[in-house]
Design a protein around this ligand. Sequence first.
Ligand code: PLP
Length: 280
Amino acid sequence: MARMSEHVYMDHAATTDMLPEALEAFTEQVRRGGNPASLHSGGRAARMALEIGREQVALGMGAEPVEVILTSGGTEADNMGILGLYRARRAADPARTVVVLSPVEHHAVTETAQWLEKHEGAQLEWLPVDENGRVAPESLRETLERVADRVALVTVMWANNEVGTVQPIAEIGEICASFDVPLHVDAVQAFGSIPVNAHLTGISTLAVSAHKLGGPVGVGALYAPRTVKLEPSSYGGGQERDVRSGTVNAAGAAAFGAAAESVLTDQPPRSSAWPVCGTA
Ligand SMILES: Cc1ncc(COP(=O)(O)O)c(C=O)c1O
């Protein structure tokens, strides 16, 4: 049998090992147990662990805890942002059926947009990219000059999962804001590797995932301030501001928070080691 030491794991963009502090926060809460929605002491302790995790994740992206909805990962956060924005915009104005996106998005984004195209009448506007897979802000401006009054949302990732290209999100956000169209950002690969600020002008929703920065698989978050209208993605107990029903994973949230806090304190050395193209 091959010894572990003979293997070198190099696929950290796919998933990376849990950090010891994340593992500790996770096991501590798993041992403690409790449903964070319960009003008794067991529930309140779980709620406390959950809220500390939410706060740490929020802090890592420059947001307020109340703006963070916990999810089962980056895929769910992307689905929730795109479907939620599309449906809310369409409900307010049925003419808003255009989804503007880059062709280098993760499947969690492209498949969601294509599902909307097939089943809910969306028209997809694909933005051109250069040889590094970078979106030129001018091409977004030209697209919006043409179709802004029919746009439901724009979705562009922050950092690419295959080649590491960093998109000019600040400029993209400014352009979306100037046309008054919401922007969803998939920041799953960016969060923990380069500075991510969810409060940049124009960002409506932003997806992150724990297992890319030393947290557990199966935990993520969507930045979604209350001012942004989002149709719920699941119905039930009304957890997570009625947008995402279901018992919240307190252990996962605690571990995500611990990982985010640890990695983001250590950010400059990590990010300079990344082979990213383009600029943030
Ligand atoms: C850019 C990007 N978006 C979304 C996801 C999906 O995240 P998760 O694995 O947490 O569902 C990934 C995962 O590889 C990713 O790299």
